[in-house]
Ligand binder design. Sequence first.
Ligand code: GDP
Ligand code: CA
Length: 329
Amino acid sequence: MRIVVLAGGIGGARFLRGLKAAAPEADITVIGNTGDDIHLFGLKVCPDLDTVMYTLGGGINEEQGWGRDDESFRVKEELAAYGVGPEWFGLGDRDFATHIVRTQMLDAGFALSAVTEALCARWQPGVRLLPMTDDRVETHVAIGEGGERRAVHFQEYWVRMRASVDAHAVVPVGAEQATPAPGVLEAVADADLILFPPSNPVVSIGTILAVPGIRDAVAASGAPVIGLSPIVGDAPVRGMADKVLAAVDVESTAAAVARYYGAKGRSVAQTERAGLLDGWLVDTVDAGSVGEVEAAGIRCRAVPLMMTDVDATAAMVREALALAEEVRA
Ligand code: GDP
Ligand code: CA
């Protein structure tokens, strides 16, 4: 079975680990978000691609969910001693090597997709990891009031400010001019199943869908499209997804996120966008919202959705596979 997953960082990566356990025979293509990418110290950093690569390749810092295991921060300390920041973005010594290799290859003229493949030759993630695009896309967040209104890079909003102020808008700068990376549209067209893991609907999956062609390809797919809610009990399981959902006028509920993606074959309310989902899983604590999601034209089940370990995550995946079979039937 050919499975395509649109993934952000931690939520996507942990889900993928469960997917590999639950469907070891599957041919998995991951379309990764690159809207979080940032240039630091002259280096190109791709946080979401690296989180997927390190998690599946066995190099992740498990407690943190991002960055390398057994990490040290001596380079960062030395940079700080020169007064060179930003000090708020945690780049460890081992992690630096990845960004140096990536930047060197990009400077030599390789596309990000080719660079990602080269990095994965070391990590052997067991999936085909494709960036959503080889073009530069950077998510910016509009903050501030009146004359103070300004846009900041997503990482500045998320990591430095910890999303402590309201976001008025989230803009994937460059997305409109971007084209999907080689293999992305083909993977979607050839998929037997498309999964939206519990990744951020706005700044992870939403950014991938903003690359022209990707949303339409998913909407047009004959394969079931099944999503799993990152919102449990009306709040993100971790992180501040509620802040960016508010910026796009979506409530932080499992049902509202499902309606934001929309039902396949219908258009999303108040927008011109094509709906995407055949099925949606909510956590058992949100069982009361199943009727609302089904009324929107999306098959819905309430099952445990906490990725506490690989077994629990694999069980979530099996529920998603079962819902896909139901949709197919
Ligand atoms: P990021 O790029 O590292 O922010 O990660 P993603 O975009 O892939 O995923 C972030 C989302 O994962 C957040 O909105 C969390 O609420 C969600 N998430 C994290 N852990 C869990 C979990 O165990 N269960 C569910 N359902 N969602 C989770
Ligand atoms: Ca991310």
